[in-house]
Design a protein around this ligand. Structure first.
Ligand SMILES: [Zn+2]
Length: 206
């Protein structure tokens, strides 16, 4: 018990709410002030990779929503570049992140390989601040999944280049691989991937 249970009911409720709020606020000031922009890749007429009837755009949104829900439940501030199956430009995605004084952008994608040999996770970054964020996300993904680690990679993807804040792009697995596609479609695996991404972000923005 952190407070006396003998006070008037309203006072007890008020104290309880303060304690609850306190326990959810991110412990580091930088993290508390950072707006986490989650960017589910593709959308609308742009499906991304399509294999076995599964469209990448839907998986990206599912995983991003889970990341959002985990981060919000832990007191972080999040913004989604899209919440529905709509097309948005790369420029728009970057502009969403650029409007905040302090933000990070994390794009969420699934991979594809025409020869269907590719397996595993990879995380991209642009610039040194993006690298720090991407490294934390990638480490968590590697420890929470048993899929091959394809590494942390620099890139010149347009969405990362147009973003002024630290930015990372996560490829959560290969839709072109039958076994990884099955995993990526499972709610339990989506949650595991989302948890890894959320934990990586929480550490990466400290
Ligand atoms: Zn994609």
């Amino acid at each position: 018990m952190f407070f006396s249970s003998s006070g008037p009911p309203l006072k007890r409720l008020f104290l309880g709410l303060i304690l609850m709020a306190g326990s959810l606020v991110p412990q580091h000031r930088a993290a508390a002030e950072t707006v986490i922009v989650l960017d589910p890749g593709h959308g609308g007429h742009e499906s991304g990779a399509v294999w076995g009837g599964v469209r990448e755009k839907h998986l990206n949104l599912n995983i991003a929503r889970r990341v959002e829900s985990i981060l919000r439940s832990r007191g972080y501030t999040t913004v989604m570049t899209r919440r529905k199956d709509v097309f948005i430009s790369l420029d728009y995605r970057a502009r969403v992140a650029n409007q905040f004084r302090r933000s990070v952008l994390v794009s969420i994608h699934c991979n594809s390989d025409g020869r269907q040999r590719g397996r595993g996770i990879e995380t991209y970054y642009a610039g040194s601040s993006g690298k720090r964020l991407a490294r934390q996300i990638h480490r968590r993904l590697d420890s929470r999944t048993s899929t091959p680690n394809r590494g942390l990679k620099p890139c010149r993807f347009s969405v990362l280049r147009r973003t002024d804040c630290p930015a990372a792009l996560v490829e959560c697995g290969f839709l072109s691989s039958k076994s990884e596609r099955r995993l990526l479609c499972s709610p339990a695996y989506q949650q595991r991937v989302a948890l890894a991404i959320a934990e990586g972000i929480a550490i990466g923005i400290r």
